[in-house]
Design a protein. Structure first.
Length: 320
């Protein structure tokens, strides 16, 4: 389910022009139509044209203070350009900036090391802030309830990044006493889907959400009565196949199909989901966590020092 940004209820102050056919050319279009806009929206466009990457990366509150206009003026500008909301406007701008020669969505070859650090950190922070607006708490809790009650949870992935996410989810759920398994192989996913059945949950993780073998496994699992939870972008084929969709949208990367910001956003969704599962499990989940923590600590795995550091290796060698 998609959650609207708070500013989307702001009334418009002029007619909406048709949206551009594609993201490229958005900057040129803004420059061309600037003179036709009200004064407040002209200030927004001036700020955007002066530093478009800052417009993409910073939060609306900071941009509003910088431009000297109210936050609703940003929403009105986005709608005037034909976009449904400010987030869609910023995504389109990010696509416009992602030239084929770019090394990153916000970083160019001429940037200094200081620029690189600043842009990467600010971009990640802005993406996480936008994620907060996207997440639907009711849908997250619905997914957590299904996982807490499931007789088995199989975590499907497609690719290296989503494979790591599926393993991380498996480990977190296992520590809560949940029977979870990460399944990356296409053949094994089909076997899993054939055996999950009613009461089972398949959590499919793929930011791109279009891998054919993953879609086949998800459809098979759902046809057998399992609940399918998808962590993906909204409106992808995977989202269409799922019972519950935890939508994650971040600006596209100029180089990588799944960039660092998508990686961080997925990690946060997994973290939130597992904490909600713990709340649904109650004291039983807390006891499982404590049991794991105590066992690992007793054996030095999570301790500041390990027994091996105090062993007398010379004596051990003599004994052998």
């Amino acid at each position: 389910m998609k959650r609207s940004l708070p500013l989307e209820n702001v009334p418009d102050d002029g007619p909406t022009v048709p949206p551009p056919p594609a993201a490229p050319g958005l900057l040129s279009r803004l420059a061309h139509e600037r003179a036709q806009l009200p004064q407040a929206q002209q200030k927004v466009v001036d700020l955007l044209l002066a530093d478009p990457r800052r417009f993409v990366n910073e939060g609306v509150e900071q941009l509003s203070a910088w431009a000297g206009v109210s936050m609703p003026s940003f929403m009105r500008t986005a709608r005037r350009m034909g976009f449904e909301g400010l987030r869609d406007f910023r995504l389109a701008l990010a696509q416009d900036l992602a030239r084929p020669t770019a090394v990153h969505r916000t970083v160019g070859l001429s940037d200094t090391p200081t620029d690189v650090v600043s842009k990467i950190v600010q971009g990640a922070a802005a993406s996480i802030s936008d994620l907060h607006q996207q997440l639907d708490v009711a849908v997250l809790n619905q997914a957590a309830e299904r996982i807490a009650l499931a007789h088995r949870i199989d975590c499907y992935s497609a690719g290296a990044t989503s494979g790591f996410m599926a393993q991380d989810l498996e480990h977190r759920l296992f520590r809560l006493g949940r029977p979870a398994h990460a399944v990356a192989d296409a053949h094994q996913q089909l076997i899993s889907a054939a055996t999950l059945g009613a009461g089972g949950v398949a959590v499919a993780i793929s930011h791109v959400g279009r891998m054919p073998f993953l879609l086949e496994s998800v459809a098979f699992a759902r046809s057998g009565g399992a609940t399918v939870i998808a962590i993906t972008q909204p409106n992808t084929p995977l989202a269409e196949c799922a019972d519950i969709v935890l939508g994650v949208t971040v600006p596209p990367d100029a180089v990588m199909r799944v960039g660092t910001e998508a990686y961080l956003a997925h990690l946060i969704v997994v973290e939130i989901l597992c904490l909600l599962v713990l709340q649904n499990l109650g004291q039983a989940g807390v006891q499982h966590l404590a049991r794991f923590r105590n066992m690992l600590h007793a054996r030095g795995q999570d301790a500041e020092s390990h027994p091996a550091t105090t062993w007398n290796w010379s004596a051990a060698e003599r004994d052998t």
